[in-house]
Design a protein around this ligand. Structure first.
Ligand SMILES: NC(=O)c1ccc[n+]([C@@H]2O[C@H](COP(=O)([O-])OP(=O)(O)OC[C@H]3O[C@@H](n4cnc5c(N)ncnc54)[C@H](OP(=O)(O)O)[C@@H]3O)[C@@H](O)[C@H]2O)c1
Length: 350
């Protein structure tokens, strides 16, 4: 028998984002009870709920089981609002999304991978979400209200004509540092030291993260886009760089400093800025480093700011623009928390 006002939360992944979610939860007046936590080494389960603030201590003990046990516990738990949160960057939990949703358990995900792969997987997940909410706001723009705004436009009958934006806070920061005169290798080192990059910064330079976000945006707007259809140029086009080991790839990166500086000078001479731009229009998707004129909406961005502009049937000449910090554990956690509270409200029937 399910208790109508109770809720049970299960957080999978306690890296940068998962930790921020668990810490921020403690500040909420009526936070859902955390029943389970998992990381790669196992799961910790407490059917009555973990003591607030004790989760770090709890996961120093031997795990109570594996990820499968957490999934089973979420499905069997008597709370009316059961929510599993994916703060991992892999497929292990995603393999259980449909089973969870079909059992009435909401899924909140910051993880882009399950939604930016084959289209059939994306549709399968959202078809299963007929039974329980599936919320993925933090996958694009971190805490910025990008997907909910786009979803509202579509639900209210608008039609998207063009999506354009800067979707990587890390690459925006690199462009900013290059504008300020840093070399590419110094800018990458600086971003790594500030904790802004993926553990291996080459993952950012490859641009695949931006491809995934553009795919999720286009799909949310109702277009059947496959990732292979995106014309993607890496931020730095050097396949060899991605094959080298840790000790030698930094040297190879520094060898690109002069060419990148020339590219930046060229843009400056034309009175333009350089931006790693994602564009979807007329069914075509592209991701590449481009020169943008000063009047372009992204030309005024600074720091790690993201920006997405939606040109639609209702906003044909002046696009609807969302901009602001689009990376970092705290702002990403804010997007995840908003999704958790939304899912809880739906499952409680209010
Ligand atoms: N960081 C950002 O600004 C940001 C913004 C938007 C979206 N995101 C997305 O949010 C997700 C998390 O990012 P992050 O920066 O927090 O990553 P992270 O620091 O690398 O943390 C990943 C977590 O996932 C856990 N994990 C890995 N495989 C697992 C498995 N099979 N079962 C259970 N747990 C597993 C890891 O366990 P261990 O602790 O044992 O290693 C770790 O706790 C990613 O998908 C990322 O793309 C991040």
């Amino acid at each position: 028998m399910r208790s109508s006002d109770s809720s049970a939360l299960f957080v999978v992944g306690v890296g940068r984002v998962g930790q921020a979610v668990l810490d921020e939860l403690q500040r909420l007046p009526e936070a859902p009870r955390v029943i389970g936590i998992a990381r790669s080494s196992g799961a910790w389960l407490e059917p009555e709920g973990l003591q607030t603030g004790s989760w770090r201590e709890r996961i120093t003990a031997e795990p109570d089981g594996a990820l499968d046990d957490l999934v089973a516990s979420a499905i069997d738990h008597p709370a009316a609002a059961r929510i599993v949160v994916d703060c991992t960057a892999g497929h292990a939990l995603a393999a259980h999304y449909c089973e969870l949703l079909e059992a009435g358990v909401a899924v909140v995900s910051a993880n882009k991978l399950p939604f930016a792969g084959p289209l059939a997987d994306y549709h399968r997940c959202f078809e299963a979400a007929a039974t329980a909410p599936l919320r993925i706001e933090a996958t694009v723009g971190a805490g910025l209200p990008v997907l909910c705004t786009l979803g509202d436009l579509i639900r209210t009958g608008d039609r998207v004509l063009r999506i354009e934006g800067v979707l990587s806070g890390t690459l925006a920061h690199l462009c900013d540092r290059l504008d300020a005169g840093d070399t590419l290798s110094a800018a990458v080192r600086n971003a790594l030291q500030l904790g802004m990059t993926e553990p291996d910064p080459r993952d950012d330079l490859a641009g695949q993260d931006v491809v995934r976000k553009l795919v999720i945006l286009a799909r949310t707007a109702g277009f059947d886009l496959e990732p292979e259809a995106v014309q993607a140029e890496p931020f730095l086009d050097d396949p060899k760089l991605f094959e080298l080991d840790e000790s030698s790839w930094w040297d190879r990166l520094a060898a690109h400093d002069a060419a990148i500086a020339r590219r930046w000078n060229e843009a400056r001479k034309h009175g333009n800025r350089s931006a790693y731009l994602a564009t979807f229009a007329d069914g075509h998707a592209s991701v590449r480093l481009e020169e943008v004129p000063p009047e372009h909406p992204v030309a005024s961005l600074s720091g790690t700011d993201n920006m997405v502009a939606f040109t639609t049937r209702r906003y044909p000449t002046h696009p609807l623009v969302i901009r602001g910090p689009g990376a970092g554990p705290e702002v990403t956690a804010a997007g995840v928390l908003a999704d958790i509270l939304h899912a809880r409200g739906v499952l409680r029937g209010r």
